[in-house]
Design a binder for this molecule. Structure first.
Ligand code: AHR
Length: 521
């Protein structure tokens, strides 16, 4: 008898070993979702996007040639508008980026043929013909039904120039700027609500010290007026990654009434090296691990910047606005290095899903974020080639995660299994949960482990539910992409790996997957 049970144990151990080798190992995890403490709203503006005059984001992206043959309305591409409306894009940041601090808005209004041309010095020294300007951008936002987020020029512009732009946009009375606006065909103001006072003022926006910028911020922001029915949420240029001194200086010198938000920029570089960032499509497990480690660094950044902000603003009036984030790889071979065109794989989806879970879980301080950038640039949602367009794996993450927009955050407790690489380790699981206004609960779970599945038992405390539905985004290889010939390689499908057992939610989460679960009564 003893002999047989030893053999049985041995066989079991061998089969487990085999499962591990074949990639079928399963780790057990316990999760607790707290339905009682739903106190923080996940602002929909965390799901914002960014479109700079850079490469093919605006020109040959949103904005097509007059005789392109591509379906458009006033030269704005309609298939793109439809795709972005589907994910409920809440806001769009424009015109930069570095471009914002060399952009002079008056060059981009009036008859197009008369608009002056300029050099886009940051992005390939190409000619910017200013055919896409204020009216075109605001028309795009109105077609997308999203809020415009405009970044004004501090680096090479004047206070007067910024102040007049705001008057042109938001004043509804008689004034020199509103007269010009009316001559240009727009009677009513647009009521723009989000305003960036410069961009990366520590770098391409003017190479300032934080002390200098804090003073400049107050001077410029004073003349960004709140017109009737158009209160402006002013956002200061914030720290570069871990520049905690920048945050400290801004919070010490600018009070909460003068600043709606403080920006933070952090990009995930697969190799961590700006000289050779790594390929978007060809990488091994080691580089994948490093990418996810660099992506998870966002958690530390957000925590530490928030702690500094708490010191000066315990009531959390000032938002942390992560208005540039995403993976930044080498450009696709053969493309203009100044255009930042990169492909988008399942790894990119992992980066997006993980970062959005971090943002959701910090929704008490993060009230806006913008992925860089919407089309054909960096971690794009959409790639175009002539009249063809494809939705990237990152797009599908935003489609799944839109369930969290403006829902109440539900705290989740768990101890994550580790993903180990040599002497380094990262948490293999990340999660966020929310309850929407119809009392529907959504969980987004990301298993970063490329080999091991997870068996998850979840206690749903104070959550009233009877059924669960799911969707999953995964693919056999982390390097899998959607291409113009095979645009549907990576896309969400129905997920049947979750069930209700008693009051527990039991999930079998496959390796390298992103899952959205919807729990209803
Ligand atoms: O998104 C590309 C560039 O990255 C932006 O123009 C700039 O703000 C940042 O350095």
């Amino acid at each position: 008898m003893r002999y047989y049970s030893t053999i049985k144990m041995l066989l079991l151990a061998m089969s487990c070993q085999l499962m591990i080798l074949k990639g079928f190992a399963q780790t057990n995890v316990k999760l607790q979702v707290d339905g009682f403490n739903a106190n923080t709203v996940i602002s929909k503006h965390i799901y914002g996007h960014f479109s700079e005059h850079l490469g093919r984001c605006i020109y040959d992206g949103f904005w097509v040639g007059e005789n392109s043959g591509i379906q458009n309305q006033g030269r704005i591409r309609l298939d793109i508008v439809d795709a972005l409306k589907k994910i409920q894009i809440p806001n769009l940041r424009w015109p930069g980026g570095c471009f914002a601090d060399e952009y002079h808005w008056r060059d981009g209004i009036g008859p197009r043929a008369q608009r002056p041309k300029m050099i886009n010095t940051n992005w390939g020294n190409v000619t910017e013909d200013n055919s896409f300007g204020t009216h075109e951008f605001l028309e795009l936002c109105s077609m997308l039904k999203c809020d415009p987020y405009i970044t004004g020029n501090v680096g090479s512009g004047t206070v007067e120039e910024m102040s007049k732009w705001v008057e042109y946009l938001n004043f509804d009375g008689l004034s020199p700027m509103t007269e010009i606006r009316k001559q240009n065909g727009r009677d009513k103001p647009w009521g723009v609500k989000f305003w960036g006072v410069g961009n990366e003022s520590w770098g391409c926006g003017g190479n300032m010290t934080p002390e200098r910028y804090a003073d400049e911020y107050k001077r410029y922001a004073t003349f960004v007026k709140n017109y009737p029915n158009a209160r402006m949420n002013k956002i200061a240029a914030g720290p570069n990654v871990a520049d905690y001194n920048w945050t400290e200086t801004m919070m010490k010198n600018v009070n909460a009434g003068q600043m709606w938000g403080l920006a933070l920029h952090h990009y995930t570089l697969p190799t961590g090296n700006w000289g050779n960032k790594g390929s978007a499509t060809s990488f091994d497990e080691n580089e994948y691990f490093n990418t996810m480690k660099n992506c998870l660094y966002m958690e530390e950044l957000v925590t530490k910047h928030s702690t500094i902000m708490d010191k000066y603003d315990a009531a959390k009036r000032v938002a942390l606005v992560v208005d540039e984030w995403g993976i930044w790889t080498n450009v696709e071979p053969g493309t203009n290095p100044g255009f930042l065109y990169q492909q988008n794989s399942l790894r990119d989806a992992m980066v997006a899903a993980t970062t959005l879970n971090i943002f959701n879980n910090h929704a008490d301080r993060i009230r806006m974020a913008n992925l860089a950038q919407t089309i054909n640039v960096l971690q794009a949602l959409i790639l175009t080639e002539g009249n063809k367009m494809l939705l990237t794996p990152t797009y599908h993450v935003f489609d799944l995660y839109k369930a969290h927009q403006d829902a109440k955050l539900l705290p989740v407790k768990f101890s994550s299994p580790e993903l180990v690489n040599g002497r380094n380790k990262i948490p293999a699981l990340n999660v966020s949960a929310s309850k929407d206004s119809n009392q529907v609960v959504h969980l987004t779970l990301v298993n970063l482990d490329p080999k091991n599945a997870m068996h998850i038992n979840t206690a749903m405390n104070e959550v009233d539910w009877t059924k669960v539905e799911g969707q999953i985004l995964t693919s056999p290889k982390l390097t899998d992409v959607n291409s113009f010939t095979q645009p549907n390689t990576v896309k969400p499908v129905v997920f049947n790996g979750a069930k209700k057992v008693g009051n527990e939610l039991v999930v079998d989460l496959p390796a390298q997957s992103i899952v959205l679960l919807t729990l209803k009564k």
